[in-house]
Design a binder for this molecule. Structure first.
Ligand code: SAM
Length: 207
């Protein structure tokens, strides 16, 4: 950053709102700030997780960035039966989430979890958390999102979609609600943004 000593920048730690801070040291290798005063209150998103199957690197980066902008509270990469990319760099994705929060003037940074197998995640799925299962098999159907308040998660599949075994597993999970994202099959990155929009406008902080 091209800031010199005496200039003021806004800083945040993800928990305590936004603060003005004065640059008191601006060296090539290090710098120092003195925190002055709080300028924005902490604003946390609703309790919504995004579960998604990683796809190609640039598109996975896009999903994490958009999820942070759209107000996901936690981002959970999941390995599904047809996931084409099983290795992710969690630290890189976390850095993308921080950048996205900076870009949109947020004070909250969603945690990016380690990748986990979808089956294992469902084995210990919290009883009180509903799961919006975006099922491409319902494309064109008029499935709607139940207006149940409380913790939620959105689940987006990979390019290959969900296997029949995963569909049966999700159908047996009482917390899961299969939904359609309209008449067209969307790419996974588009689907993630569409699903977060649908949830935020129905149950979240756009409602
Ligand atoms: N290969 C699959 C097919 O041809 O049916 C398409 C998978 S789609 C590219 C990736 C993910 O986006 C899906 O697993 C689903 O979670 C979500 N998705 C895309 N379009 C959808 C729709 N119209 N309704 C519900 N979910 C959708």
């Amino acid at each position: 950053m091209r800031k010199g000593t005496g200039e003021v920048v806004e800083v945040f730690d993800g928990r305590s709102g936004g603060w003005d801070a004065e640059v008191v040291e601006a060296g090539k290798m290090k710098g120092a700030l003195r925190v002055l005063a709080q300028v924005r209150p902490q604003r946390d998103p609703p309790d919504l997780w995004l579960l998604f199957a990683p796809i190609k690197r640039a598109r996975t980066d896009f999903i994490v960035e958009k999820a942070a902008e759209m107000g996901a509270a936690r981002i959970c990469p999941v390995q599904t039966d047809f996931t084409n990319s099983e290795r992710i760099r969690r630290d890189r994705l976390q850095a993308h989430a921080v950048e996205a929060a900076e870009q949109c003037g947020g004070t909250f940074v969603p945690e990016v979890a380690e990748i986990e197998k979808l089956g294992a995640l469902l084995d210990h799925w919290p009883e009180d958390r509903r799961l919006m299962f975006c099922d491409e098999g319902l494309a064109g159907a008029g499935a709607t999102l139940p207006r149940d308040a409380g913790p939620w998660a959105v689940l987006i599949g990979p390019e290959g979609g969900f296997s029949e075994a995963e569909r049966s597993r999700l159908a047996a999970l009482p917390q899961a609600h299969a939904v359609s994202l309209g008449p067209r099959i969307l790419r996974a990155d588009t689907a993630a943004v569409a699903a977060l929009t649908l949830w935020q406008t129905t149950l979240g902080d756009w409602a």
